[in-house]
Ligand binder design. Structure first.
Ligand code: CA
Length: 229
């Protein structure tokens, strides 16, 4: 039986979620305080977490971050405000899903089941694990050559993928455009290094929340680019 921890300070909502999840066969615990919730989340083993964003003590952002540091289980974040959902996506906390209140309990149950099934498939497959790079909400699966930003898949061309992966594999290092050109296009850099600029722009449009304030790929003026760790 899968165990779920709900951290939610509105008790009526927490109880409603619990009732529906229990009807679907889940074992559910509730914490209504952020600090107590965080402690329990880290101390006990759960298969999935449902976190409210605004909580007394410690908020949902911080709880999500700390769960993510140590565990690879689904985290669903709940908020009353659509704005907050956009903000948490932008922060790249690595939550698996975001739900805006009010939501129907059956929708919540459906999402919980879908996330648990996905994680169980990953574990049960026993297949050799894909080579994955994960940095603040950005997930690059090198084996499958797929990229997700806060759980949403983005499409990349082959060269965009190679360039992003190369930078992410060498964080905190500045590369000149001609170095990147040589690395990715496998040619001496007689070619047009503006190609690199164009590709970086396209990558940023796909991974950055705000391309004018890049969280991942920084421009080092007069030199090149650096992937922020
Ligand atoms: Ca709340």
């Amino acid at each position: 039986m899968s165990r779920i921890l709900i951290i939610e300070d509105e008790e009526s909502i927490a109880e409603l979620e619990k009732d529906y999840l229990e009807l679907s066969g889940f074992e559910v615990d509730i914490e209504t305080d952020g600090l107590a919730g965080l402690e329990r989340a880290l101390k006990e083993d759960y298969d999935l977490y449902i976190l409210d964003l605004m909580l007394p003590g410690v908020d949902g952002y911080e709880i999500c971050r700390q769960i993510r540091e140590g565990r690879d289980v689904p985290v669903l974040m709940v908020s009353a405000r659509k704005d907050d959902i956009d903000k948490i996506r932008g922060l790249g906390l690595g939550a698996d899903d975001y739900i805006t209140k009010p939501f129907s309990p059956s929708e919540l149950v459906a999402r919980v089941k879908a996330h648990l099934a996905r994680y169980e498939r990953l574990v049960a497959s026993g297949a050799p694990k894909n080579d994955v790079i994960e940095i603040r909400g950005l997930r690059i699966d090198k084996t499958a050559r797929r990229v997700w930003v806060n759980g949403e898949e983005r499409q990349f061309t082959a060269k965009e993928f190679d360039l992003l992966t190369f930078l992410a594999e060498h964080p905190d290092r500045v590369f000149r455009k001609d170095e990147l050109f040589r690395e990715i296009w496998n040619m001496e850099s007689y070619g047009d290094i503006a190609t690199v600029t164009v590709h970086i722009k396209k990558i940023r449009e796909k991974i950055e929340f705000d391309t004018s304030k890049p969280q991942y790929i920084e421009t080092i003026w007069g030199v090149g680019y650096r992937f922020k760790m």
